[in-house]
Design a binder for this molecule. Structure first.
Ligand code: GSH
Length: 235
């Protein structure tokens, strides 16, 4: 394995952005030291490493921090490149641009959409947020045949776009577990559903998949915090 002792990852066990980076490192065969972070009482190391956002993940390579999961994934792809190491970003510039476009889309549109399902206070609000999330997914059906080597080849390689979306799947499962909400729906988005099934069978996904109990516990904390904030704002 590449990597060795000069590489640390500051992360959260159920953070989708941390899981994205962990899957990237797994695919590249890079070993690292994982340092779980308390996101309530943030460590001096986290605050010093990501003073702007104070968020995980942060990759620290030879003492230098790299923040933001997409920047980290690209860094990992560039630093650990070469014979026998799979590339995360496509070789072709146009394919790279398309992969980046959809990766940005899932972060900018899909992530806030499903987070709103988690935050919804009533069943009616949850149904509205589910409809909005399905509307975000609809235009992505095309991407599953045009952008991902994983889906187009039917093989087991994972690329940049797969990582961007795949890290969010665990939480879509948690939403189904918590509320019976089906974001992954073969009837509405068959390509996404087929892709998701294959992605979750990959070794990278199986290796980092957080226990459902941890996600449910974290979701409970988040929902309690949001409810308190909403109650305070309503006063
Ligand atoms: N855009 C960032 C998002 C990182 C992020 O939102 N991290 C969350 C955990 S999932 C966090 O550290 N939250 C702590 C906080 O907001 O104080 C990325 O892609 O790395």
């Amino acid at each position: 394995m590449a990597g060795q002792g000069d590489l640390q990852l500051l992360g959260g066990s159920v953070s989708p952005f941390t899981l994205r980076v962990r899957m990237a490192l797994h695919v590249k065969g890079v070993s690292y030291e994982y340092l779980e972070q308390d996101l309530v009482n943030k460590s001096d190391l986290l605050l010093a490493s990501n003073p702007v956002h104070k968020k995980v993940p942060v990759l620290i390579h030879r003492g230098k921090p790299i923040c933001e999961s997409v920047a980290i994934v690209q860094y990992v792809d560039e630093v650990w490149a070469g014979a026998g190491t799979p590339s995360l970003l496509p070789a072709d510039p146009y394919d790279r641009a398309v992969a980046r476009f959809w990766a940005a889309y899932v972060d900018d549109k899909l992530f806030p959409a499903w987070l709103a399902i988690l935050r919804a206070a009533t069943e009616e609000e949850r149904a509205q947020k589910l409809a909005a999330t399905l509307a975000v997914l609809a235009p992505m059906e095309e991407a599953f045949s045009s952008c991902s080597a994983f889906s187009s080849s039917g093989g087991d390689s994972i690329e940049y776009f797969d990582l961007a979306l795949g890290c969010q799947l665990f939480w879509l499962d948690a939403l189904r577990e918590m509320f019976g909400v089906r974001v992954i729906d073969e009837g509405r988005t068959p390509r996404f559903a087929a892709w998701a099934e294959r992605f979750l069978e990959t070794e990278a996904a199986k290796t980092v998949k957080p226990p459902m109990s941890s996600m449910l516990e974290f979701a409970g904390l988040l929902r309690a915090r949001w409810a308190a904030a909403d109650a305070a704002a309503a006063k």
